[in-house]
Unconditional design. Structure first.
Length: 158
């Protein structure tokens, strides 16, 4: 008898670009779903939780993500995120996966400011305005500077 293995994951693409211009830096990384994120998702499926909104958070720490993380190591910025309608894709083995894209953009910093971004996550904002870190990822430094906007696109895979 064949059994389905639970798959829950995601992949982040971070890009820095000149306003209205080309990409000047790009990072991609697979993420870790936190225990709090898994618990919240289970509550959503059971009808015990609701989502008010989503946000993307970025930080400067580079410690390996852990399942018990409830926040980034050193959060420095937050942006409202949008969730696109989920779609279907085939994985390398030909199995159908459901993918939902979450996107956000952080505007340019003040002139002369820099941020060495190395971590990111999606926060689920509950109706009581509490935030749950759904996932956490670290990647090689991408330096956010005053004249560049940062776009984040997360493929959440089910």
């Amino acid at each position: 008898m064949m059994r389905e293995k639970p798959v829950l994951g995601g992949r982040l693409v971070v890009e820095l670009r000149e306003p209205g211009g080309p990409v000047v830096a790009r990072r991609e990384a697979d993420n870790l779903i936190t225990n709090a994120g898994r618990t919240y998702l289970a509550g959503l499926l059971g009808g015990h939780r609701q989502v008010q909104s989503l946000a993307m958070v970025v930080g400067t720490a580079n410690a390996d993500p852990k399942p018990e993380d409830t926040q980034l190591g050193a959060q420095v910025a937050t942006a409202s995120a949008a969730l696109a309608e989920p779609g279907q894709v085939q994985d390398q083995a030909g199995k159908t996966q459901i993918v939902a894209k979450v996107t956000a953009t952080l505007p340019p910093l003040s002139t002369g400011d820099t941020q060495p971004i190395q971590e990111a996550g999606i926060q689920i904002i509950a109706p009581d305005n509490s935030a749950v870190l759904y996932n956490h990822v670290t990647f090689p430094v991408i330096t956010r500077t005053g004249n560049l906007e940062m776009s984040l696109t997360w493929e959440v895979i089910f």
